[in-house]
Design a protein around this ligand. Structure first.
Ligand SMILES: *Cc1c(COP(=O)(O)O)cnc(C)c1O
Length: 432
């Protein structure tokens, strides 16, 4: 079983999350059920906040990338733990504001914001909008003008870094839908536009090179490319950027052979590199923001299912079918992302089987994983899929009109619902 300090096995051999027997929770709330270890989420948030405070200039802080898991409670926790918040849609912004999250600490992202999104963001007073390119800058400028404000903006640039080869490469990784490429010279041109627009206050630059980054190297490379770019901008325009956003992407361990990185150590290394590079260019050290999403919530979540049936195809796979699937966790169906699993009733037993975890949807691609190590399973068992805190609930759908599951949080060994489960009436609630 995947090793994590908050996953333990009690005397009855049951899986426990944060010290609580998950079978009691499956009984209380039913399955499927999202569980979230609130203590762990808050601890992770605090860790990013303090690591950034220690290593970067005053005002530097992490923004929680709420797309990983967005609901009102998460926004409240982020606020209480001192994080800023990233949103990428009016829906995420609405959720944050409804939770009482201060607009000034929100950054609005996205590569195709609508006029309605931009207007809502400006009128709400969001601290920053990360503009994705020239057209959007002009749109923000016009809408800010109509509202009578000068909007603080970051320009999203594409540094041309492949986070998984730890290399700066000018092709391929700049050919993406996000941001304006630095290597082609477009980023510098668009910066000039931003500086000339009357209702745009350019605060600096944003970049994000990818996800599941296990090492500080890609972030250090980002610091190199970005400081060289900041220096080039200053030489061409005289503009000095007060803010540098280096994005998110801190990795988590999904499987036994992976090790979650020490994010505080990563942040320390990046800070040292940034100081070095700023000194080299004699550039004033900018305020830094980072945007962890998965790194904050993924490992704190598990999902409980009830095994409905088990069948083996001679010469083929053993299918363990559960009462959920791609509707509550589309990650395997969408991009082959692997998760560990355990039979919560017999968590201490060795995982001697290799199974295909099948979802309930009418779609042969509705799988939660293939070749997944597991105890021998039988109908009625409770299956726990691990590390589901990020990009599960936030990507859930109503496919096959299956209601989306509830989410319960655990704090100090006490459970409570933070998202209620949908009813059949909810599923049909919008039909006319
Ligand atoms: C997705 C994303 C993040 C968060 O990525 P994680 O891998 O969840 O940390 C942060 N910033 C931006 C701009 C993103 O697109």
């Amino acid at each position: 079983m995947l090793k994590q300090p908050n996953l333990t096995i009690n005397e009855q051999g049951h899986l426990c999350l944060g010290g609580v027997d998950v079978l009691t929770l499956a009984k209380k709330y039913g399955t499927p059920l999202y569980l979230l270890d609130e203590d762990m989420v808050r601890e992770r948030m605090g860790l990013y906040v303090s690591a950034m405070k220690e290593n970067f200039p005053a005002g530097s802080k992490p923004y929680y990338a709420s797309k990983a898991l967005c609901c009102r409670e998460l926004c409240r926790w982020a606020k209480e733990e001192g994080m800023g918040l990233d949103v990428v849609s009016s829906g995420e912004l609405y959720t944050a504001l409804a939770a009482g999250f201060p607009a000034a600490d929100i950054c609005f992202h996205g590569n195709a914001k609508t006029e309605a999104d931009i207007r809502y963001a400006i009128e709400s007073g969001v601290g920053l909008i990360a503009a994705d390119g020239e057209e959007e800058l002009r749109r923000i400028d016009r809408l800010a003008g109509e509202t009578g404000v000068r909007q603080d903006v970051l320009l999203r640039v594409t540094p041309g870094i492949d986070p998984h080869t730890f290399a700066a490469v000018n092709t391929g990784v700049i050919d993406v839908k996000f941001g304006v490429p630095i290597p082609t010279g477009q980023a510098l041109d668009v910066t000039k536009t931003a500086l000339a627009l009357p209702h745009i206050a350019l605060r600096g630059f944003h970049c994000h090179v990818g996800s599941q980054i296990f090492d500080a190297d890609p972030f250090c490379l980002e610091a190199d490319v970005m400081t060289a770019f900041l220096d080039a901008v200053r030489r061409e325009t005289g503009y000095t950027a007060p803010v540098l956003d280096l994005g998110g992407g801190f990795a988590v361990a999904y499987e036994e052979d992976q090790r979650a990185p020490d994010c505080a150590a990563m942040i320390k290394k990046v800070a040292a590199r940034l100081r070095e590079q700023c000194a080299r260019y004699e550039y004033p050290l900018p305020t830094v923001t980072l945007e962890p999403g998965r790194g904050v919530v993924a490992a704190a979540g598990i999902t409980l299912y009830t095994v409905q049936n088990v069948k083996s195809v001679p010469g083929g796979a053993c299918y363990v079918a559960v009462d959920g699937g791609m509707g509550d966790n589309p990650r395997y169906a969408l991009y082959g992302a692997r998760h560990s699993a355990v039979i919560a009733d017999r968590a201490g037993e060795p995982q001697t089987e290799r199974v295909t975890l099948a979802g309930r949807c009418c779609e042969s691609g509705d799988l939660l994983g293939e070749d997944v190590p597991l105890q021998e399973a039988k109908a009625g068992d409770t299956l726990a899929v691990l590390v589901t805190g990020a990009y599960n609930y936030s990507m859930a759908s109503h496919y096959n009109r299956v209601p989306r599951p509830p989410m319960a949080a655990l704090r100090g060994g006490v459970d409570r619902l933070i998202v209620r489960g949908e009813t059949l009436a909810d599923v049909a609630a919008y039909d006319l």
